[in-house]
Design a protein around this ligand. Structure first.
Ligand SMILES: Cc1ncc(COP(=O)(O)O)c(C=O)c1O
Length: 396
């Protein structure tokens, strides 16, 4: 949990600025706020770090991906290619917008593969919702080529991929729009927060409007402007933005430390010839937030992850946790929620309870991810690396 590893005076100072003025709302109240615009400053920091022309902060990552999809024009009855390996929020956003998910295969990149996308696309498919899982980019060039061939809109969920670049361009800027989560578990956190980025002015304006009940935020009197669209309240509060602002300023150092620490962990595992590593489409652009590797068997992966957990080495075995892999998504299998969704009544291009995704089952079943510390000293990481290799070796 790198962001929370580094909480300190910087976060406290930014929060205190807000507390002293009492203006917790991101818009207006100019006279009282003593020049503090934390949401705006947080957005500027993210725009500068990612290179995005526009960045708009929202309440959480789920809201960010919802705004990105909505601003890209995705809605009722649109088929959207989705991944079976993500935090469920991505696919909830698709379904709550009224779109129909079409699940495709992931591969050793841990993201949708171009072959997987190509295999499920139909003449009705409108978009790909690509998730850059575990801190690094998908096979973007090939995926963009598939999108161009089939006229598909590309939206990127970079919820776990702040700091990941592909060929020099930050993830989230390779399609029409990208989304990030700043929840408690991310590289940089707001506590709860999210951000939406794009290089396209119209898309930005639509997402901005959508995130605040249709307010355009044109002029200096929010609430009295035009309301061209319906929207919802996905606003980011000043207190959360203040924390995110302090955290963003630490991201370059965090990534540098993670890069050093990840290399130490990977070197230790490289001594085990039975292991293979996650395919990195651009190794230089890896945020190094996770070290991801594949065990020879599912059983070995599960047992190794259990033993690592008991030894205090945080290892994610996503295949059986309740949130990240399609096998556990009973609500998707049954399309059940508290009220009816369009996806309940629209045609179903796939049988969600019996999806045939053998590649994804194999890859995620053998995957172990280790969260990389942005704080630990080299000596601590070396000790951890030795213990990691010792435990993993027993299960190959
Ligand atoms: C890939 C991905 N997308 C979206 C989200 C949702 O973000 P949030 O928890 O901020 O709503 C997450 C959170 O874990 C995520 O990992």
């Amino acid at each position: 949990m790198p962001g929370t590893e580094l909480f300190g005076e910087e976060e406290r100072k930014e929060v205190n600025d807000v507390m002293e003025t009492g203006v917790l709302f991101r818009y207006g109240h100019d006279a009282q706020r003593n020049g503090h615009w934390k949401a705006k400053e947080f957005e500027a920091e993210v725009a500068q770090f990612t290179g995005a022309k526009y960045a708009h902060g929202v309440a959480n990552g789920t809201a960010a991906i919802t705004c990105a999809l909505a601003a890209a024009g995705i809605g009722y009855g649109d088929e959207v290619i989705c991944t079976p390996f993500t935090f469920m929020a991505t696919n909830e956003a698709v379904m709550f917008l009224g779109a129909i998910p079409l699940f495709a295969e992931v591969d050793e990149s841990l993201c949708l593969s171009p072959e997987g996308i190509e295999a499920v696309v139909t003449p009705n498919t409108k978009a790909v919702c690509l998730v850059h899982m575990c801190g690094a980019a998908a096979r973007l060039d090939e995926i963009k080529a598939v999108c161009e061939r089939h006229n598909l809109i590309l939206v990127e969920d970079a919820g776990q991929a702040l700091g990941a670049f592909y060929k020099g361009k930050h993830v989230g800027l390779h399609g029409v729009a990208g989304a990030f989560s700043f929840d408690f578990f991310k590289l940089a956190t707001c506590g709860e927060g999210g951000i939406f980025i794009t290089d396209d002015e119209e898309t930005y304006k639509k997402a901005d409007t959508y995130s605040d009940h249709g307010h355009t935020h044109i002029g200096d009197n929010r609430g009295m402007e035009q309301h061209p669209y319906l929207g919802l309240n996905y606003r980011l509060g000043e207190l959360n933005a203040a924390i995110g602002l302090a955290q963003m300023r630490k991201v370059p150092n965090m990534i540098e430390t993670q890069r050093r620490n990840k290399a130490i962990l990977k070197d230790a595992l490289n001594t085990i010839p039975e292991l293979t590593f996650r395919h990195l489409s651009d190794e230089a652009g890896d945020s190094c937030t996770f070290l991801n590797f594949f065990m020879p068997s599912k059983e070995g992966a599960k047992n190794a992850a259990d033993e690592l957990g008991k030894a205090g080495i945080g290892a994610a075995y996503w295949y059986t946790n309740m949130y990240h892999f399609i096998n556990q998504w009973d609500h998707v299998h049954n399309l059940s929620t508290v009220s009816k969704l369009p996806v309940n009544v629209l045609p179903k291009p796939q049988d969600y309870a019996n999806l045939d995704l053998p590649k994804s089952q194999d890859v995620i079943g053998r995957l172990i991810s280790i969260g990389v510390s942005a704080k630990k000293e080299t000596s601590e990481i070396e000790a951890m690396a030795n213990q990691l290799a010792e435990i993993v070796r027993k299960h190959v």
